[in-house]
Design a protein around this ligand. Structure first.
Ligand SMILES: [Ca+2]
Ligand SMILES: [Ca+2]
Ligand SMILES: [Zn+2]
Length: 349
């Protein structure tokens, strides 16, 4: 049985002030660019997608001794942003009156067996104008330390998000009503491992239910109204606190980097993606923003680690200087340095 998968991302753009995969999952990138009109971007896209894959790979746990290879095909189109999806799906079980399918990428990682042989496992389609005028390609996508221009959207972040859909945030529920194509128990009724956890009552803001996600968030996760493969809604909707999340469906900020969050990993664990660990480590910088009061606020993933924030004026010849130390929480503020670009990193102590 083959069911078309979808992925659709619509973000409002707003302004706010990698190298090869590590671990046991490899990412190979090919291009569907028959007239070569995007040849100039291919090398940057490949590096950024592999860096995005490496971000996921550090948490993914294929069967012992197996090294799944995820083949990512890049297509170019006219959509306003970029989107990603697994090409096929894999049968998991029959539960609650539905045949339940996982995303093809998840199937290959869980079983070590490629569900569609040599065909691509994941497609990422990039809007041409978005690519040329909006996406910013990190000069070092593996370390992710250079400042992101405030006029551009970080490509590695976009690809981590796209792979999040290919891995799990996807299904067949109608975006508006949350209804599946067939009712439970009907002949051939099917859903995804993500669909299985969606509570459609009372709507219109549907909820993701799952033991790990609920424990971590403090209740079911609000999904984006009308865009239910995503988290969060703009205030006063439900889940405005999840707008900064990688898998949010509300806004992707320019000048910012997005990382896999503990909430994203909780969802992956709830839907059966095998993980090496379900919490982010080491913590990573989510945003670094100069405020009007002479302070810069830095926010990071995770909580309650003993951390050191360091800065250097040069990555070529770095001299790392400690800016602040902290044990609790996920943000701190420090005096904005005078003049010149500074680069920052978090070090777990
Ligand atoms: Ca494969
Ligand atoms: Ca394949
Ligand atoms: Zn999306």
């Amino acid at each position: 049985m083959t069911i078309a998968l979808r992925s659709f991302c619509l973000w409002t753009l707003a302004i706010l002030s990698a190298g090869p995969a590590l671990g046991d999952v490899q990412f190979n990138v090919s291009f569907n660019d028959p007239d070569g009109s995007h040849a100039a971007f291919q090398s940057s896209i490949r590096s950024a997608v592999q860096a995005a894959g490496a971000q996921w790979a550090r948490y993914l746990k294929p069967p012992a001794g197996m090294t799944p290879s995820i083949e990512v095909q890049i297509n170019f189109g006219n959509q306003p942003t970029a989107n990603g999806t697994s090409v096929t799906s894999g049968y998991v079980a029959t539960r609650g009156g539905y045949d339940v399918f996982e995303q093809g990428m998840a199937a290959e990682i869980r079983t070590g067996v490629d569900p569609n042989g040599t065909s691509p496992d994941v497609t990422i389609e990039i809007g041409d104008t978005y690519l040329r005028n909006e996406m910013w390609f990190d000069p070092d996508p593996a370390t992710r330390l250079a400042p992101v221009p405030v006029t551009r959207t970080d490509a590695v972040s976009v690809f981590i998000h796209a792979l999040g859909h290919a891995l799990g945030f996807n299904g067949w529920r109608a975006y508006d009503t949350g209804q599946l194509p067939l009712e439970a128990g009907e002949d051939g009724a099917y859903c995804s491992t993500f669909d299985e956890h969606i509570e459609v009552d009372p709507g219109p803001e549907f909820l993701f239910t799952g033991a790990v996600a609920e424990a971590r968030y403090g209740g079911p996760l609000p999904l984006t109204a009308g865009n239910i493969d995503h988290l969060a809604n703009a205030a006063p909707g439900l889940g405005a606190d999840l707008v900064p999340d990688l898998m949010n469906g509300v806004v992707y900020y320019r000048g910012s980097r997005y990382f896999i969050s503990n909430i994203d990993l909780a969802v992956m664990q709830d839907i059966g993606v095998p993980l090496t660990r379900s919490e982010i480590f080491p913590p990573q910088i989510l945003s670094l923003k100069p405020e009007s009061n002479g302070l810069t606020t830095v926010q990071w993933t995770g909580a309650n680690y003993r951390l050191r924030l360091e800065q250097t004026a040069s990555l070529a010849d770095p001299v790392w200087v400690t800016v602040a130390r902290q044990v609790e929480g996920t943000k701190l503020s420090f005096t904005t340095p005078d003049g010149g670009t500074q680069f920052y990193r978090l070090v777990a102590e």
